[in-house]
Design a protein around this ligand. Structure first.
Ligand SMILES: [Fe+2]
Ligand SMILES: [Fe+2]
Length: 491
């Protein structure tokens, strides 16, 4: 078990609750006892510090690997993945450790990204497993039938031609010399001069993850047969089916890349809803839906974290996948703007279809890969999102259930199961937006929050119980509260 091997490589001595930590694996190899549980703490107390980067006195010796440790809101260790693919760096990445930053100029950013991707598209022709990125994709998702083989052969010829032109221009010093993409320093092992052993193991396992398109369709048909299908006009259904077929064909045998593409486009509807509601408010047409912007922002925030999980698993390392995903998202955004302007309920209906498909896809993936997923540690971003402090209460803002969801993240199975459950919540909110019950849901949620605040207030102002009186102030409280609002009880 990789998670277990990583655990063995960590020093498991008690640590102050600093949240994210990095441990030298070489030093840790000598100790192999399980990580101790920290004393239970008030919810949020640890997580507040979890979001801070570990400050170290100096750089580690070059032959030491480092693995992050995460301490969740309950004070428990979470074994997180040691070898994030780390394609995105600097302003393209999102990290709570560095805090929000302001872009210098969008025009400058666009040119910088273009320059970066220009180098990457050259690399895509000349480097990769099998000689190019195209060859790597073709090996994972081979052609079927004579038409497929002909198209693949044509694609391969175009890529080979571009590679030769690139080399020709490079040799004449028209193009700058091109090297393969580097390995992120977190995953680089100087002793072997390449990927660390742990990374190689994790990546080998990630490659074994499977998604059977037929099984996903079977789930969708079973859901429809059970009366849980999404009622939609035939035109919308046609577009939806075309999208599903495209995903099946373009991303067969590449489930992580498929999920990355899905999550890239999945954020667009929420951007659209916020933009259009903003427009309606700015123009003085409509303000009655202002609360909805909060729900949609929380959903988009949730999709952003799904996206980052897929990025940490390598979903966006290939130039072609990024090209396809970002351009599809751009087009999808503007198509949905048009749809929302014409009919918001139809736009919500389309989103419901997509979200329901996401539930089926993630559900199938989780069930089909259960054992393998349980052997992999979770990415840090997932631990932070699901088990850290929810600074803006964004996670609760899109939940429909009366009881708050507090998912665990102990391994990759938990991560994907949580994503599947998030998508279920998205389906419900999209339904509520169409049948106009969302206003009632929000009012009920507000009332519940008010009740909770009142109860918390009454607890803090109630006279203190005499010693031994069985009050809820210590370890092992009754657990029905969440320790927020100044309460010092533990969960
Ligand atoms: Fe998602
Ligand atoms: Fe979603």
């Amino acid at each position: 078990m990789i998670a277990a091997s990583i655990a063995r490589q960590r020093v498991a001595t008690a640590v102050a609750p600093q949240g994210l930590r990095r441990r030298p694996a070489a030093a840790a190899a000598a100790v192999s006892r399980p990580a101790p549980r920290l004393p239970r703490r008030r919810r949020g107390g640890v997580a507040a510090r979890v979001a801070q980067p570990l400050e170290r006195a100096g750089s580690p010796p070059p032959d030491e690997e480092e693995c992050p440790l995460f301490i969740d809101r309950d004070g428990e260790f979470v074994e997180v993945m040691c070898c994030d693919y780390g394609f995105r760096t600097g302003g393209q990445s999102f990290s709570r450790h560095s805090g929000p930053t302001i872009p210098p100029s969008l025009i400058k950013l666009a040119f910088n990204t273009f320059a970066q991707e220009y180098t990457n598209v050259r690399r895509s022709f000349r480097y990769g497993e099998g000689g190019s990125e195209y060859a790597a994709i073709a090996a994972a998702n081979p052609p079927r039938g004579p038409v497929g083989r002909a198209l693949y052969a044509a694609g391969g010829a175009v890529v080979a031609l571009f590679a030769r032109i690139d080399i020709f221009l490079e040799e004449r010093k028209i193009f700058s010399p091109l090297l393969p993409a580097g390995i992120p320093k977190e995953s680089f092992d100087l002793r072997v001069g390449g990927l660390s052993k742990q990374c190689r193991e994790v990546r080998a396992r990630l490659k074994q993850l499977k998604l059977d398109n037929g099984a996903v369709w079977a789930r969708e048909h079973a859901r429809e047969a059970a009366g849980l299908g999404v009622e939609t006009p035939w035109l919308v259904k046609g577009v939806y089916l075309a999208l599903c077929v495209f995903l099946d064909k373009a991303y067969d045998n590449r489930p992580i890349q498929r999920f990355w593409f899905l999550e890239t486009v999945a954020r667009m509807p929420y951007f659209v809803y916020i933009s259009c509601l903003h427009l309606a408010e700015s123009m003085g047409w409509w303000r009655a839906g202002a609360d909805l912007r909060i729900v949609h922002a929380a959903e988009e925030w949730n999709e952003l974290h799904h996206l980052q999980v897929m990025e940490s698993l390598g979903g966006d390392v290939l130039w072609w996948d990024r090209f396809l995903g970002t351009h599809a998202a751009f087009i999808y955004y503007w198509v949905l703007v048009g749809l929302f302007v014409a009919s918001p309920s139809l736009a919500y209906n389309f989103s419901e279809l997509i979200e329901a498909h996401a539930v089926d896809t993630y559900g199938e993936f989780v069930d089909a890969n259960e054992e393998l997923l349980k052997s992999l540690p979770p990415p840090l971003v997932a631990a932070e999102y699901y088990c850290g402090q929810d600074l803006y209460r964004m996670f609760d803002a899109f939940q429909t259930s009366d009881t708050p969801r507090r998912p665990k993240v102990k391994n990759m199975y938990d991560v994907f199961a949580n994503i599947r459950d998030d998508e279920k919540e998205h389906v419900k909110t999209m339904q509520a937006c169409q049948d106009f019950t969302v206003a009632g849901d929000l009012a009920a949620k507000e009332e519940r929050a008010l009740d909770e605040a009142l109860r918390a207030q009454m607890r803090t102002t109630a006279p203190r119980q005499p010693p031994g009186g069985g009050g809820g102030g210590g370890e092992g409280g009754d657990g029905d509260g969440e320790g927020e609002g100044g309460d010092v009880r533990t969960r």
